[in-house]
Design a protein around this ligand. Structure first.
Ligand code: FES
Length: 264
């Protein structure tokens, strides 16, 4: 990520365009193009992009790179319409967790903006859209849908990542994004005994949020963060052993979330 040279007098500002996910190179190039065009807007500073779920760079990677490069102010602009309240909560938590991990270092001031619908300029956006060359969905012949097949690899594990309200408020989007990035990096579809993953609605034990469940055993994991995903991947999905420190067995009594020290 190329950064402009520091200036001694003017605070260095960066704007992060935060999208949800990119599973194709085309989507990432779209973000690169948007960041490049917005770079010309006065006052936004250096413009970069990040993804909150699947795709690189993640928000954490981007914020770390900007802090390393000495930026004084970072403005995060969520690109999500309509804005989900949980997405804003997730951004705040992600920033706080990122700063809490290295309390000694100097962090830039981070601010979070409103999504574009709440800003002036929608009229210009609509003019842009009207001037573009929209494609007609009906122009894709139905017969084209039958010309390509899908691979069905042998897979033992299925990881469900809860996206219910309490889990989202506790950082489930970050958990999902990290799992998907690791799934791609380690080729988990075919590594070991094979793994697929999926988002779900509420899995039940909301007080243990963020909750992840691994099948075929149906193991419940609670309080899962990125480090927890790393353990579940290496020990359970690739090693075949349940991560007892993060697992919650079915019991006839309510179980509270264990403190991290007890879960380590
Ligand atoms: S919202 Fe995740 S378990 Fe209920």
């Amino acid at each position: 990520m190329p950064f402009p040279e520091p200036s001694n007098s003017v605070p260095r500002r960066a704007t992060v365009l935060l999208a949800k996910s990119s599973i194709t190179g085309a989507a990432t190039r779209e973000m690169e193009d948007l960041a490049g065009r917005l770079q010309a807007v006065e006052g936004v500073g250096h413009v970069v992009f990040a993804f909150s779920e699947q795709g690189a760079p993640s928000l954490r990677e981007t914020l770390t790179a900007l802090a390393d490069a000495g930026f004084d102010e970072v403005f995060i602009l969520p690109l999500l319409l309509p804005m989900e309240p949980g997405f804003r909560v997730w951004i705040d938590r992600a920033v706080h967790r990122w700063q809490a991990e290295h309390p000694q270092r100097r962090w830039p001031r981070v601010q979070v903006g409103e999504p574009p619908a709440a800003l002036a300029g929608m009229d210009a956006l609509l003019r842009d859209m009207a001037a573009s060359q929209p494609s007609d969905p009906a122009s894709t012949p139905a017969s084209a849908l039958h010309t390509v097949g899908s691979l069905i690899p042998a897979q033992k594990y299925r990881v469900l990542v809860c996206q219910g309200g309490p889990c989202n408020n506790a950082g489930a989007a970050l958990v999902w994004g990290h799992l998907r990035n690791e799934q791609k990096r380690l080729n988990l579809r075919t590594s070991g005994e094979g793994t697929m993953s999926a988002k779900t609605s509420c899995l039940g034990p909301c007080n243990l949020a963020p909750v992840v469940q691994v099948f075929p055993e149906g193991t419940y994991y609670g309080g899962v963060d990125e480090a927890g995903i790393d353990r579940i991947v290496s020990e359970h999905l690739l090693g075949g052993r349940v991560v007892d420190a993060l697992a919650y067995a079915p019991l006839p009594v309510k179980q509270p979330l264990r403190a991290p020290t007890e879960a380590s």
